[in-house]
Structure formats: C-alpha cells, structure tokens
Write a protein that binds this ligand. Structure first.
Ligand code: GLC
Ligand code: CA
Length: 553
C-alpha cells in the first residue's frame, strides 16, 4: 500500500563537494563553500541535499574510498564545518543526506590495515581474502574500473577482492562484526542530525558464493546477491526504523522485481531505488566507451517500464545524470547551439520532473551545464577513465588516443565533475586559486549569475518545475500512461488521479513537428502549466515541451 512520506514529495539536489564552491583558494570545493551557497539552493526550491562523500579519504576515487567514516577530509574542512552546514541547512528547512560507502573502504582504513597484517589478524575476515589459483588470481573476476578484481598482498601472499579500484577493498558483509560496526557508524551520524543516506553500490554488498569460486566470473555477478535483502532488513530494524530518514539505494543491476524489494512500500528496506537501466541506453562495444547516441524509442520504453512497473509497490528516483555520468543536456539533449542547449535542457527537465518518483538534480544541471571539451589525458582526474584508457588504448589497442579522447568527451565521469559555474569571472567564480580540474570555458555565458534574474533561463525554468510539483499532488501520485508509444520523435504521457489529468508532451528533436492527433488527448478545460516557448502555435517546435492540466478526457 502506498503511504505518505515526506521524501516522496521532495526534490533532491546532489552536491559534489570537490567541485561546488571553494572558500579558501586551494582550488578544492569545501563545506564552507557549500554553506556560502546554501541560499542559492533554498531559492531553487529543493528540499534535500545529497552530499557526495566528505569523509577522510586518500581520494583515489573522488572520496568514494573512505579511510575514516567519522572524520571529515581536511580538503573539505572539519567536523565543526559539517555541524555548521547541518545547522544552516536545517534553519532553512533543507535536509542533508550523506553518502554511505560501505561496500568497500579505502585500503588506508584502519580496518584494512589491520586485516592485511596476517592471516590471523582479528580483522582478517572483515575483508574478502582468497588464495591464488595456480600462481594466478583466485578467479577471472574483473573490477568495474578495469583489470582484475583481485590484488595480491605481500604480507600473506593472499589476494583481496575489490570490485572497484585496488585501493577500495570490499568489506565482508557476511561477518556480523562488520555489519555491527557499520550500523554503529550510521547511528553516530543519524544522532548528529543528518536526514538519511544515499547508499553507494548497495546492491553489491552480498557476494554470491559462485562469483567468488575459482570459476567465478565478472564484477556484475555480484549484484543482488543472496543475502542483500536480509542485510538491508537487518539494517532497517537496527538503525533506520528508529529515525525519520530518507534512504536511497544506488542499485546497479537491479530489475523491477528486485527494486520492489529494495524500495518496496512494505518490505522494510530502503525508501527508494536509484537504478541505471536508462544509463545503459547508449552503451555498445566497450560498454560506455563508444560513440553511440540513444534512440528515443529505447528511452521511452525504459522510463515507461519503470513508471508502470513500480507503481503501487515501490518508489523510484528520477535522474538524467549524476557525478558518474556525462552532462544530461549533452547526452540526451543538444548542446551544439546556445538556443538548442537552453530549449533541450528545459525539455528534458519537463519530461523527468512530471514523472512519478523523487527527482534528483545534479549540480549545474539546473543551469544546463554541458560536457567539457577535454583535449588531453593530462586534464583527466577520474580513476575509471584513466584505467579504461590504459586498458583500451595501451594494453588492448582497441582505440587510438584520438578515438579514446572523443569517447571520454562523450562519456567520461569528469564531464560532470568540472566546477560549478557561478559567474563569468575567471574559473567561473568557483575558486580564486588553481582549480583541481579545469573549468568549462563556456562558463562565460553559462553561469548562475547570468541566469538568476532572467525569467527565460534554464535556472528559472527549474524553479517553476519544482513549484509545480509542490502545488499539484497529481505530479507525485498520479498514475502513468504513455501516449503515442510508437512515436520516435515525441515523448508524451499522461498522469491521472480521480477526475484530474496531466498531459506532458516533449519534442525530443531539433525539428518542427506536426502532431494534430495530440489535440484530441489534451485534458478538458486544460490549463497550460508550463511550456518552454513564450506562446503556443499548432506545431511542436524544436525541443518544445508542454504540460497541460485539466479534467480527464
Ligand atoms: C558508486 C559511486 C561512484 C564510485 C563507485 C565506487 O557508483 O557513485 O562514484 O566510483 O560507487 O564507490
Ligand atoms: Ca577549499
């Protein structure tokens, strides 16, 4: 049964702290920087800030390699700063959700340092150790970040498992002490007043015995393992159910059936899933490292399947991008002209924000920030991208340097990690120092300052969309149905509840289209809630988006 929860009505904004706002000129975004921009977020109208990791970390993987869960990285500030951020957020009615990265720790975490010391270390079983197989790795499992998922360790000659970088050893969730240590740490943060957790790769914490066996296979064999739901229910019982929090599970490899457990209304696990089927819509040879553009038919099919598949059972997250994905407007819209950038950014936002689920805005998306024209490998910081380059260019000769750079410009994670563009000053107002990663040169025209008071800006449009969600319960609760599912250029759908109906029409192309047949599905006595053109005519212009609200036809 669907019940009322605050997080179903909320809009989440993801802050990637390293790239949001630097306050002390060291070129790295920090917590004081976030505090200085909190009124910007309040004005935007969001309810929740998802803070990517700010914990102590050697920063091999952008802070997703944590060496102390209860300390703040000096790059970002101090625990005092964190308390102040919480306080300032709460004063404004904003909530803060922290990243919880507990599939793995950093190899510099005290637990791993102790674990690797000897085979009979009390923490040996906290990680996943295996003997080699005939002088080789325990099996052929590969890491999500290229290369083997096993690394031999000198002290004992055994190998440890890491589904990500070798500096990110996987915790052994089968060990009850590990789980209790994680729960204790979670309670510590919740008692400090945070409002929930975004759980990093939580679908990977339970490893199927088969995946670890000597004939086991690839990294993704480790999703939805046999005990994952048992662990999450235990976590819920012992921790989450005692607080009024929002939890979102990053769940790679989740199916609709599995999602009904992770994010089910009555399964006692998490508030919602954050699933990636759409993010695979343009994969091809070499996974994401290809030049393919998605087909609208696939995008419509995937989004619609999740809308209807979860309805009444489980709650979904809505997103076009995050810190692991290229920029939404470059990937799903059109950034080749200024006009199309603005139109398509608004169209995409309309399409997503009118669906059921909790919308996530990734920092800069609300400005229509674009991918970065990376020129050389020395501009890249991301371990996944650097490892993929090493594998595909240097080891396997699949791509030339130029071919790979083109793929990095299209799909690399650093596209999302260039600094937030606040002003047209040097470095986009992000820092007075040298930024840790290049600032997109288009900050001259694409920036928050230029958009704040412009009623036609992407930023102003996002504000309107968020206000609409607050005003019309149908956007939260209405049931979903597709209109013209066979149309390869237009994505149109309805939401309905009782006698009320919402119609969303989005032209995903840069062409003017005629769709007279859509006239007949416009709700009765319809009001036009929002449109990315100043007035209507009887065509659908490039990237036009419209939302009508009225009575059922
Ligand atoms: C998640 C994070 C990503 C990170 C990975 C390993 O997918 O979003 O940034 O690299 O997990 O922690
Ligand atoms: Ca700083």
């Amino acid at each position: 049964m669907e019940i009322h929860n605050w997080w179903k009505e909320a809009v989440v904004y993801q802050v990637y702290p390293r790239s949001f706002q630097d306050s002390n000129g060291d070129g790295i975004g920090d917590i004081q920087g976030i505090i200085s921009r909190i009124d910007y977020l309040k004005e935007l109208g969001i309810d929740v800030i998802w803070l990517s990791p700010v914990y102590q970390s050697p920063n091999v993987d952008g802070g997703y390699d944590i060496s102390d869960y209860q300390a703040i990285s000096p790059d970002f500030g101090t625990m005092r700063d964190m308390e102040q951020l919480l306080q300032q957020a709460h004063l404004r009615g904003l909530r803060i959700v922290m990243d919880l990265v507990v599939n793995h720790t950093s190899d510099q975490h005290a637990w791993f340092i102790e674990s690797r010391e000897s085979k009979d270390s009390p923490k040996r079983d906290w990680y996943i150790w295996r003997d080699g197989c005939g002088g080789k790795h325990p099996n052929l499992m590969t890491s999500v970040f290229s290369g083997p998922a096993w690394t031999p360790d000198e002290a004992t000659g055994q190998y440890y498992l890491h589904l990500f970088a070798k500096e990110q050893p996987d915790l052994n969730w089968e060990n009850n002490e590990v789980r209790q240590a994680v729960y204790k740490m979670m309670r510590w943060w919740l008692d400090m007043g945070i409002d929930g957790f975004r759980m990093d790769v939580i679908s990977m914490i339970s490893k199927p015995a088969g995946a670890l066996a000597s004939d086991g296979g690839k990294g993704l064999d480790c999703v939805n393992g046999p005990r994952v739901h048992e662990y999450l229910r235990e976590m819920n019982r012992e921790v989450l159910s005692r607080y009024d929090v929002m939890t979102v599970g990053e769940t790679p490899g989740v199916t609709i059936e599995e999602a009904k457990k992770y994010g089910g209304y009555d399964t006692g696990e998490l508030s919602m899933v954050f699933q990636f089927e759409l993010m695979d819509v343009d994969t091809g040879a070499c996974g994401k490292w290809n030049q393919r553009r998605y087909a609208l038919a696939d995008l419509k099919r995937i989004l619609s399947r999740w809308q209807t598949g979860l309805e009444g059972h489980a709650w979904n997250s809505l997103f076009w991008s995050n810190h692991d994905q290229p920029r939404a407007v470059s990937r799903f819209g059109d950034d080749t002209s200024e006009e199309n950038r603005v139109l398509s950014a608004k169209m995409l936002a309309t399409c997503l924000h009118m669906m059921q689920g909790t919308p996530y805005i990734y920092q800069g998306e609300e400005l229509g920030m674009t991918n970065m024209p990376f020129d050389g490998l020395e501009e890249i910081r991301d371990v996944e991208t650097l490892n993929a380059y090493e594998e595909l260019v240097c080891q396997k000769y699949i791509y030339t340097h130029d071919e790979m750079m083109a793929r990095i410009r299209k799909s690399g994670r650093d596209n999302a990690r260039t600094p937030m563009q606040w002003t047209n000053a040097s470095n986009g107002g992000f820092t007075d120092g040298a930024p840790w990663i290049g600032v997109n040169p288009n900050c001259e025209s694409v920036n928050a300052d230029a958009q704040r008071d412009d009623p036609d800006s992407v930023l102003s449009y996002y504000k309107q969309l968020i206000r609409l969600r607050k005003k019309h319960p149908i956007i939260v609760s209405g049931s979903y149905s597709q209109v013209c599912p066979g149309d390869d250029e237009v994505f149109a759908y309805k939401r309905s509840i009782d006698d009320a109906e919402l119609l969303v029409v989005c032209n995903f192309t840069a062409n003017t289209l005629e769709r007279p047949e859509l006239e007949s599905v416009i709700p009765k006595d319809a009001e036009l809630l929002i449109c990315n053109y100043p007035s209507l005519n009887n065509t659908l212009r490039p990237f036009e988006a419209r939302v009508y609200f009225g009575r059922a036809t």
